[in-house]
Design a protein around this ligand. Structure first.
Ligand code: GLC
Length: 419
């Protein structure tokens, strides 16, 4: 592993020439969309300010691959990475490897963040990481095509979405064979867990496991939600959707080849970029309802300091800087990374760059958590069992009802005597 890190890491900031006490901190950055660049930029600003050196470790872009790599590092008690970027569903099972930031980050700084996100980062009283940005699933759509096909608003229900997507797809395919009605994350990985949870909750089918730890997946609404999603494949979504992650879906939408896309907010800044074919033609709405409610899965990333780090003091300073308001503001404006600091949702510059941060504020505050809290150390197994089952339904191997019944049994086995 040491070798792998040396190969992909690069020094981004050497501002230490005049600072005899400079330390080197290695920061693991994500690589989805503009993530890597913005992470490097922030690290560089901190390095310049403090005279320290930051090395960047480039993480793979699928969250499951990142987790695998980080778990290897942490299990080996490696000191190679000082600051890790943690997915909101990880603190529960990675807590033991991270420094308790309570008391080390001033309480006023901690309390400026949404309480729910601080809670998600607090495991048995330990503050495992500081929130960096939050995420919620959104529906992106083409405003120009909405108008062209005579629709007045984004779809409010999945039924409406399917009807609209199929009309636009039929029309556009006359001149563009690769045009798709709806693109989303259908590959078997954590991203599918996120999309599929949105379907379940929107149909009133629960959250796989409820907040008390009870397995709730075996119900008719959940089955209906999965069957509905399966019906989109090869009708309004291309067969290939079962291999898409976030970036594949974004690539199709941004090149002008889709009417609707489910994605995280980061897709906005890129879609409005100068090299985007859909610049100025993008609308953002809540994901449709399946009859129960509009549902967005809560995502997001935090920064934690490894207990194996040899430079903990400097690493904590880096985390405070990156998770602080100035840096969150820059990232919100340049990359549409949703701040975790509540006050920033009133910032005029941020709202100007991302109008939907204001108009869809309630989507962000009512986003639904995956069951990582109640399933604790077993969350990853639960999520993998869920996404594999969903994948079987999408690929036509099973119908919804049989799938949720089987999954319920599998989850009971994973749960054993308790989570
Ligand atoms: C985004 C979310 C994260 C989620 C991942 C799934 O990165 O922020 O929470 O697990 O997507 O692909």
């Amino acid at each position: 592993m040491r070798k792998a890190i040396a190969l992909v890491s690069l020094t981004v900031a050497i501002a230490a020439a005049t600072n005899a006490s400079a330390v080197t901190v290695t920061l693991a950055c994500g690589t989805v969309g503009q993530e890597l660049q913005l992470c490097k930029d922030g690290a560089t600003r901190w390095a310049k300010k403090t005279g320290n050196i930051v090395k960047i470790f480039e993480s793979p872009n699928l969250t499951n691959d990142r987790l695998g790599l980080y778990q290897q590092q942490l299990a080996a008690k490696s000191s190679d990475i000082d600051v890790y970027q943690l997915d909101v569903v990880w603190p529960g099972f990675l807590a033991q490897h991270f420094v308790d930031l309570k008391g080390k980050v001033p309480a006023a700084e901690v309390n400026a963040h949404f309480k729910g996100i601080i809670d998600a980062n607090t495991v048995n009283g330990k503050l495992v990481a500081m929130p960096w940005f939050t995420d919620a699933g959104l529906l992106f759509y083409r405003t120009d095509l909405l108008k062209k096909y005579g629709f007045s608003a984004a779809p409010k229900t999945w039924t409406e979405l399917a009807l609209m997507a199929s009309k636009v797809q039929a029309g556009e395919q006359k001149t563009n064979k690769s045009f798709a009605g709806y693109v989303w994350q259908g590959k078997n990985y954590e991203g599918l867990t996120c999309d599929a949870m949105e379907w379940l909750v929107s149909f009133g089918g629960g959250t796989i496991v409820d907040s008390t730890g009870k397995i709730t997946i075996n119900n008719a609404q959940a089955a209906k939600a999965l069957d509905t999603a399966a019906s989109w494949i090869k009708t309004i979504s291309p067969a290939g959707v079962t291999t898409y992650g976030e970036e594949e879906a974004r690539g199709i939408f941004q090149s002008g080849n889709a009417m609707f896309m489910r994605n995280w907010p980061y897709a906005w800044a890129l879609g409005q970029g100068d090299d985007s074919k859909v610049k100025g033609k993008i609308g953002v709405a809540p994901l449709p309802s399946g009859g129960s409610r509009n549902a967005a899965t809560l995502g997001g990333w935090q920064l934690g300091v490894s207990t194996y780090s040899k430079n903990q003091a400097a690493a904590i300073e880096l985390v405070r800087y990156l998770s602080g308001p100035a840096e969150q503001k820059i990232r919100a404006i340049e990359g549409t990374y949703n701040p975790t600091i509540q006050a920033l949702y009133k910032d005029k510059d941020i709202l100007k760059a991302n109008p939907f941060f204001g108009s869809l504020y309630s989507v962000f505050t009512s986003a639904v958590a995956r069951p990582s809290g109640p399933t604790k150390g077993k969350y990853n197994q639960v999520s993998q069992a869920f996404s594999s089952t969903v994948s079987d339904v999408l690929n036509g191997k099973m119908k919804g009802q049989a799938a949720v019944a089987k999954l319920s049994t599998d989850l009971a086995r994973i749960k054993g005597r308790g989570w």
